[in-house]
Structures are given as C-alpha cells and as structure tokens.
Write a protein that binds this ligand. Structure first.
Ligand SMILES: NC(=O)c1ccc[n+]([C@@H]2O[C@H](COP(=O)([O-])OP(=O)(O)OC[C@H]3O[C@@H](n4cnc5c(N)ncnc54)[C@H](O)[C@@H]3O)[C@@H](O)[C@H]2O)c1
Length: 250
C-alpha cells in the first residue's frame, strides 16, 4: 500500500504503459482517475479496478483540450477532494520520417506530447499548491536523450522537451513541495512499439542496442512510476528515470 490515500491522475491510461500504471497505483492503494480519448478502453480499465474494490474514475480527456482538463480535474476535486499525483503519460509516436519537414506531422506530435503535458501541469498545480504536496511524472522516452535512425525527429524533439519541461517545473515549484520528474523508457511491448516487433530487422536492431537483451514490458515502467509517485522518492525532483535495459548506457 505504497500509495494509500493518494489521488492520482493518469493520462493515456486506456492502454499500454498508462493502463499498467493505473493498475499498479490502484493495487498500491491509490484512487486512480484515467483520462484518455479512447473512452471504451479507458472505461474498461476503470471498471476492472472498481470490480477489485478500488476507487477509480474515467474522464474523457484529449490532453490538447483545456476544457477537457478543466472538466476532469473539476470532477476529481469535487469527488475526491484533491490531486496528489499527475502522470502525463499520453503520447503518440507520429508519422514516419521521409527527410522532409511536414508541419502537420510536427504539430500533431508536439501538441499531444509536449503541449498536452504542459497544459495538464498548469491545470493541476493550483490544486497541488493548495494541498502543499504533489508529484508530477512526465513520460518522456530514451528518444528524448538520444537519436535513432528509425524515429521521426519530431518525436525526439517532443520527448527532449518533456525532459527539459520537467526540470523547469521541478525548480519552479520545489518550494511548494511539488516534485516533477521524467521517465525515459526504451522499447516497451505496447501497441505504440508494435511496428518494431512485427519487423524482424527493426527487432534485431533494437535488441542489439539493449544490453539486458530484451524488450521492456509495461510493468518495468509502471514500477518506476510507482516509486516516483510514492513518498519513497520525496528527495527526488528534476531527475530522469531511465528504464531502457541499458540502451543509453552505450
Ligand atoms: N512503447 C514504447 O516503446 C515507449 C517507449 C518510450 C516512451 N513511450 C511513451 O510512453 C507513453 C505511453 O505509450 P504506450 O507505449 O503505452 O502507447 P499506447 O499507444 O499503448 O498508449 C497511448 C495512450 O495514449 C492515448 N492518447 C493518445 N493521444 C491522446 C490524447 N490526445 N489525449 C489523451 N490520450 C491520448 C491513447 O488513446 C492510448 O491509450 C507515451 O508517451 C510514449 O511516447 C513509449
């Protein structure tokens, strides 16, 4: 019960890493609010948490929409009185790179991966200041630290921005007892990375870069998020938790 009594919002919690974070947080005693654009999957995750006796709520959230954030946070505070933890996990990988700047592809990735993240932080901070406590966890990527031949550079740029944004927020709000950290997963077995798993060349290329010799699973990331959400990490802010099997250690 490492999160007993805590209220945690997880964006992109309908599938993949976000759904695993929601499950792990819930099993550790947190009340979990999932915000996602996939209402069917998101509600299914919440219903499965409730069926195990947990407190949970689903709210439609497009992270690019201030109105959606207002509604979700309003309902959360009305029903559960506070927000202790925000996990900005929703993200998209974007289009393939064809050596040409496509402004629409750039905007699509930036709007979800970095603008959506900042919008959520801006919305939740006043409640965390009132509470005198907060842990914000932003999902970056190992692609926010290094480059790759198979990733659209706008994805690298967005995830690098998530890393720097986290440090900025950490420094600005430390005096309010609000911590902010980024997580940097390597390839994790979810729908987002399925192109890698389907393509033997991409798969062997990825594995050759991972000293631990395997693709990560969603639990590998969820337990990192659990640590950053819990009071066990109360002296950690502005840090990068890299969960990549050693990819970036090369
Ligand atoms: N899977 C990987 O290999 C990997 C590696 C590094 C980082 N990440 C990051 O982890 C996070 C989760 O990725 P995943 O692998 O679980 O992918 P996923 O596609 O399984 O899940 C992403 C979730 O985000 C939601 N989403 C997308 N756009 C949204 C929006 N505008 N508003 C609200 N929700 C939205 C989707 O509906 C989905 O539920 C992302 O930020 C991703 O960049 C993933």
């Amino acid at each position: 019960m490492r999160l007993l009594g805590k209220v945690a919002i997880v964006t992109g919690g309908a599938s993949g890493i976000g759904a695993e974070i929601a499950k792990v947080f819930s099993s550790e005693g947190a009340t979990v609010i999932i915000g996602d654009i996939d209402d069917e999957l998101g509600s299914a995750v919440v219903n499965s948490l409730i069926s195990k006796g947990a407190e949970a709520m689903y709210s439609h959230l497009d992270v690019r929409s201030e109105r959606d954030w207002n509604r979700m946070i309003g309902h959360t505070v009305e029903r559960f009185q506070k927000v202790d933890v925000l996990v900005n996990n929703a993200g998209i990988s974007g289009a393939a790179w064809h050596m040409k700047l496509d402004i629409q592809a750039w905007d699509a990735v930036m709007n979800v991966n970095i603008f959506g993240c900042l919008l959520g932080i801006q919305m939740v901070i006043p409640h965390m200041i009132d509470l005198g406590f907060g842990s914000i966890i932003n999902m970056s990527s190992q692609m926010g630290l290094v480059g790759s031949t198979s990733t659209h550079p706008s994805y690298n740029a967005s995830k690098g921005a998530v890393r720097a944004l986290s440090k900025g927020i950490a420094v600005q709000y430390a005096k309010e007892n609000i911590r902010c950290n980024s997580i940097h997963p390597g390839p994790i077995d979810t729908a987002m990375a399925s192109d890698i798993f389907k393509n033997p060349d991409l798969m062997s290329g990825a594995l050759s870069k991972i000293p631990l010799g395997r693709i990560g699973n969603t639990c590998d990331v969820a337990y990192g998020a659990l640590f950053l959400a819990s009071d066990e990490s109360s002296y950690i802010t502005g840090s990068e938790l890299v969960i990549d099997g050693g990819w970036t250690a090369y």
